[in-house]
Design a protein. Structure first.
Length: 145
């Protein structure tokens, strides 16, 4: 997540796609609902069948189809865990970016783009770099297995 942003910028990117990171936040479109005691939010791509039925078919050169069964969807509808305000997500992403820049020893995104060196990590090294031999008892908002 935030580590992927750091890697993209270090690899020379000037921007990153963030859409799915914001899915499930208060500000994202979609219905919030309870399922088995947990809150979720409905998300859908503009190429999903329901979005095309509601008018986005012209984006995919499929407008004018007389029957919905002839639409060819290019996206999905799904549910994602509810995340609360987008500001909380952005706060975690910025903190992760700052942390990654610190690991790289740089003070600006431009330095991150130009002064960073990538190192290959073995499968064993990757496993050791994550918590192991323990059971996580309290989840952190910025760490997902």
């Amino acid at each position: 997540y935030s580590g992927d942003i750091v890697k993209a910028l270090a690899g020379g990117a000037h921007s990153v796609m963030m859409g799915s990171m914001f899915a499930g936040t208060d500000e994202s479109p979609g219905e919030t609902f309870l399922l088995e005691g947990r809150r979720f939010k409905t998300v859908r791509g503009m190429g999903s069948l329901s979005a095309m039925e509601e008018g986005s078919a012209d984006r995919y050169f499929q407008d004018g189809k007389a029957e919905n069964r002839k639409l060819v969807p290019e996206g999905i509808e799904a549910r994602v865990p509810y995340k609360g305000p987008v500001s909380d997500t952005i706060y975690q992403l910025i903190g992760g970016l700052r942390s990654g820049m610190g690991y790289c020893g740089v003070g600006s995104i431009e330095e991150l783009r130009t002064r960073t060196r990538f190192n290959r990590v073995t499968t064993g090294g990757l496993r050791e770099s994550h918590p192991h031999d323990v059971t996580i008892t309290r989840e952190a908002p910025n760490y997902h297995l």
